[in-house]
Design a protein around this ligand. Structure first.
Ligand code: SAH
Ligand code: SF4
Ligand code: F3S
Length: 484
């Protein structure tokens, strides 16, 4: 494969990414221009996108699909059959990045057989200078790198790579904009993610997100509501409002707008199920709890990451709460919303975590009894404050703690699932189960997966199901009523 010339327009820059100098946040509403040559090029061609990471990335993928389909490209499920492949990456932990490098290795082999295949890498990983350098030097079969801030320029960038026959790198590190003009092809027929804000200003010391996604900035309430109303009209049954910390919604407007107000306005669109994520335990307001309690269509489920069960570690993480204040918040939530289910995220093995501090994490898990817990081993991220901390805990010890925690959270999740047996719940039917064609998959209000026998035509409907049997994370039930 001959090496193509490298055309670097912009590379990510950590200092720029860290900067939070106050400035106007532009709302971009320009019409998307589809380059004429690209329309000709895309005729009969197929694209494939693989996305890693969180809902922000999933939503970005949907926008990329929307853009590509304006040109005539059609989607394909197998990368081997694709003419254009996008790997939409996540930088949250090293193992997320390792997977991408593995995938790029496989794509190198595919491109050797099919040299005209175009390969792009997007998302949070390429917002880091060292990753862009590694890919330009060692993964020369990658034709295009673009970041989280310029997805709306995807078509122009692709056109440039094709017509100039160069490798294109355009990854600005930005304060950020709000782009309202993007088309979107949603991945799901009746469950939708709706961005309410972008970026993050919390700067938890272990986390790369504030550097890869820019300043915390809210979409105008009118724009969010308009999108939600359209989804309701199209027959969507569930909306999840997404942001790195949805509690902060509207603070940047400095006019008294709150997330609780937005939550109420979206609940009033009549969407049957409304969720939101993620909430930081630091600025969760009573007003939000009142809204959840007031509207039946706001699900009684809160994802409330606590990260560590020790005050010293929480301080070193810059999480802005203590174990006591977290527990107090949980108590208040459970009092105001008796049916509440809670889920959480935990990091094991933050630098210098002692056995006693880890025990604090186990204790907190025992106390709160989460319905589901996402557990991670701390992964140092270049450029974050925690990356510079010396660490006296060997990796093997972190792994042992991780498995101890995993055992505990699984045991508690099983106990929680067992309490559901014999009870009847309203579930939203997703469709036929991927693993068992005789069964349907559906989700409870707490987002637990339930399998039961039923007609495939129930997909997209809310029905009543009795739980007969429980595994740790999956329930099995029988249809009681095909109307909720
Ligand atoms: N904005 C959300 C989640 C962001 S990332 C929040 O603040 O809750 C999802 C989870 O990944 C985090 O909650 C945290 O538990 C984990 N995580 C983030 N950075 C990490 C790192 N460097 N190592 C291990 N886990 C990390
Ligand atoms: Fe990362 Fe903290 Fe922001 Fe969540 S709140 S994205 S953990 S910096
Ligand atoms: Fe990953 Fe970026 Fe989301 S780092 S978790 S894809 S914001």
């Amino acid at each position: 494969m001959a090496d193509l010339k490298l055309n670097i327009t912009e590379k990510p820059d950590l200092d720029k990414a860290r900067s939070r100098v106050r400035q106007e946040i532009p709302v971009v509403r320009d019409e998307i221009v589809v380059p004429e040559r690209l329309i000709q090029f895309a005729q009969g061609k197929k694209y494939f996108i693989r996305t890693y990471g969180c809902q922000a990335n999933v939503r970005d993928e949907e926008n990329m699909r929307g853009l590509l389909e304006l040109t005539g490209f059609t989607s394909v499920d197998d990368e081997k059959l694709a003419d254009f492949v996008i790997i939409n990456t996540c930088a949250i932990r090293e193992n997320a990045e390792d997977k991408v490098f593995g995938e790029l290795g496989i794509l190198k082999g595919l491109k050797a057989i099919k040299p005209e295949m175009l390969i792009a890498v997007s998302g949070c990983m390429v917002q880091q200078t060292h990753i862009v350098d590694t890919i330009t030097q060692k993964y020369r079969h990658v034709d295009l790198m673009f970041g989280t801030h310029n997805i709306h320029h995807l078509l122009e960038l692709l056109d440039e790579a094709i017509t100039k026959k160069t490798r294109v790198v355009n990854v600005p590190s930005k304060y950020g904009e709000i782009v309202e003009n993007m088309p979107s092809k949603r991945n799901h027929r009746f469950k939708a993610f709706v961005n309410i804000m972008f970026g993050c200003d919390k700067f938890c010391t272990y986390c790369i997100v504030p550097y890869t996604r820019g300043k915390e900035r809210s979409r105008l309430m009118d724009d969010v509501i308009k999108e939600c109303k359209e989804l309701v009209t199209q027959g969507y049954q569930e909306i999840t409002l997404v942001g790195q910390n949805v509690n902060s919604y509207g603070k940047d407007f400095k006019n008294g707008t709150t997330f609780a107000q937005l939550l109420e306005a979206v609940a009033l669109t009549g969407i049957p199920r409304l969720r939101f994520m993620t909430s930081h335990p630091w600025d969760f307001t009573d007003e939000m709890l009142d809204m959840i309690a007031k509207y039946d269509n706001i699900m009684n489920h809160i994802h409330l990451p606590f990260q560590a069960g020790d005050d010293m570690i929480l301080r070193l993480m810059a999480r802005r709460y203590t174990v006591a204040s977290y527990l107090e918040l949980v108590k208040k939530m459970q009092t105001k919303i008796p049916q509440l289910t809670l889920t959480t995220d935990i990091i094991v093995g933050f630098p210098n975590e002692t056995e006693a501090q880890f025990q604090g994490t186990l204790d907190l898990v025992e106390k709160v009894k989460f319905d589901a817990t996402y557990t991670f081993i701390y992964s140092p991220r270049k450029g974050t404050p925690a990356h510079k901390m010396l660490d006296n805990v060997p990796y093997e010890e972190k792994q042992k703690r991780f498995y101890r925690l995993k055992e505990l959270v699984d045991r508690i999740a099983k106990e929680k699932s067992d309490t559901m047996v014999g009870q009847t719940y309203t579930v939203l039917v997703d469709g036929v189960s991927k693993h068992n064609p005789d069964k349907l998959s559906a989700y409870t209000e707490s987002n637990k997966l339930v399998h039961f026998k039923g007609d495939a035509a129930l997909a997209g409907k809310l029905v009543r199901v009795r739980i007969d049997e429980a595994n740790t994370y999956t329930l099995f039930g029988s249809l009681i009523d095909d109307q909720a």
